[in-house]
Design a protein around this ligand. Sequence first.
Ligand code: TMP
Ligand code: ASP
Length: 257
Amino acid sequence: MSRRRRIYEGKAKILYEGPEPGTLVQFFKDDATAFNNQKHEVVEGKGVLNNRISEFLFSHMNRIGIPTHFIRRINMREQLIREVEIVPLEVVVRNIAAGSLSKRLGIPEGEVLPRSIIEFYYKNDGLGDPMVSEEHITAFGWANPQEIDDIMSLAIRVNDFLTGLFLGVGIQLVDFKIECGRLWEGEMMRIVVADEISPDSCRLWDIETNEKMDKDRFRRDMGGMLEAYSEVARRLGIMNENEAPRGKGPVLVKTDK
Ligand code: TMP
Ligand code: ASP
């Protein structure tokens, strides 16, 4: 087997050189980290689930005209993506108060926000991803005003799509994080959704029980992380690769005649 060139390794994923110029292979690891790597465990099977869930969400976004870096899933742990220039921001959209927003502003977890709120964090592990404003972003040249506008409208579209999708399977989308990238097509550049969207990067609560179905299970030592991610996949109708196709097949309908 030929060795592929490794382009980048993050906490949960590895990027390899792709088969054609302008493409990369995104590999999903089983590593779970929180609080900037202070907490780190290997959760066997998490990478496979996140690969499938992210594939499902990104391919639907592509289909409804939300541009993404995603091309196709290659196997259990890898997907083919377009090479983009990552904007060094974590873009968080919040619908319900939770996590750092609750802590920072003293808003009880679970309170519905007056409207969806977008926040930016500077992607820098050494600094612990500090929150930044548009002023910082433009002054330091991480993105220009037009790009910030594009990122915000993408974030809103992703929020609308994900909120509706998850609501349909009995899950409330509390908040989530996306990363965006610049995709160059000849002379033209556009901002697309990159990275991943999975229970690692969303807060997902069961609509009936408020049970957490996301990485907070790991962050807060609640256990049952893999079970929760599997349940998200199951509700979205994502099957295991080895699972028999679902559906009962033709059913004879009894009539009185
Ligand atoms: P926060 O409440 O901790 O700021 O998180 C907001 C959302 O962003 C939540 O859905 C988890 C996600 N997130 C990441 O994906 N990566 C991160 O590094 C952090 C801090 C949050
Ligand atoms: N992803 C970040 C880390 O690994 C933080 C988090 O998601 O809580 O440290």
